[in-house]
Design a protein around this ligand. Structure first.
Ligand code: TMP
Ligand code: ASP
Length: 254
């Protein structure tokens, strides 16, 4: 890796300064954490798969009019993104009960929800990402009323589109997490989808067998984590038969 300035390191990604102002390079690590860093492992090849899966999904969303921070893939583990001011809220959309929803409300895993439910969590490792309401978000100024309305409607559009896309390849989109950022262009600001969309932050179950193919394989020690991610990439048509090592990317930037 060339010598360049690191601007942020998270649990699964590193951000470096980009080649021109207003851009960043997003590097996908193989590290996986769960339960707010209590569990950690290295899943060989995960970063390569997530880079590719997130690129694919962000490009598809762009095609249907959802603005995103994604610019282009640079190589196996890196993509060029627009620099945004991240809104410190994790937006979770749920279609089927799983994970913390089941535990919190005593609903059996796999129960189809009466409608899609949007939840907000404050991005704070120290506090363990507590759930917050629109009232907290607007009162504390993490986002404005107008922004939260836009975030809610964009999240539901993302859900509609991705649910259909995954269903088309035999996968149920159980739930997922999104992050949004403010993109400044001169005096103008618009909200765009940021971070990543990958099996690290989606639950994806096989339509017929309900087999978990996402990060729950790691969280719940189900084994074959990389194979689950590979299967998702394969069904999306972005994994060559020979496996992820065969994935060719555009040339690395100078
Ligand atoms: P949960 O059931 O644990 O609340 O997770 C809901 C969805 O959000 C699930 O698809 C995993 C994703 N998620 C993240 O991406 N990051 C997180 O820190 C958490 C807790 C969940
Ligand atoms: N990403 C979070 C963590 O590292 C939680 C999770 O995905 O389960 O703790």
């Amino acid at each position: 890796m060339a010598r360049r300035k690191q601007v942020y390191e998270g649990k699964a990604k590193i951000l470096f300064e980009g080649p021109e102002s207003g851009t960043l390079i997003q590097y996908f690590k193989d590290d996986a954490t769960a339960f707010n860093n209590k569990k950690h492992a290295v899943i060989t090849g995960k970063g390569v798969l997530n880079n590719r899966i997130s690129e694919y999904l962000m490009m598809k969303l762009h095609d249907v009019g959802i603005p995103t921070h994604f610019v282009r893939r640079l190589n196996m583990r890196e993509q060029l993104i627009r620099e945004v001011e991240i809104i410190p809220i994790e937006v979770v959309v749920r279609n089927i009960a799983a994970g913390s929803l089941g535990k919190r409300l005593g609903i059996e895993d796999g129960t189809l929800l009466p409608r899609s439910i949007v939840e907000y969590y404050l991005k704070s490792d120290e506090l363990g990402d507590p759930m917050v309401s629109e009232e907290h978000i607007t009162a504390f100024g993490w986002a404005s009323y107008q922004e939260i309305d836009e975030i809610m409607s964009m999240s539901l559009r993302v859900n509609d589109f991705l649910s259909g896309l995954f269903l088309g390849v035999g996968l149920k989109l159980v739930d997922f997490k999104l992050e949004f950022g403010r993109l400044w262009e001169d005096e103008d600001m618009r909200l765009v989808l940021a971070d990543e969309i990958s099996p690290d932050n989606c639950r994806l179950w096989d339509v017929k067998t309900n087999e978990r193919l996402d990060k729950d394989r790691f969280r719940q020690d189900l084994g074959k984590v990389e194979e689950g991610y590979q299967e998702i990439a394969r069904r999306l048509g972005i994994l060559p038969e020979a496996g992820p090592r065969d994935m060719r990317g555009p040339e690395t930037m100078q």
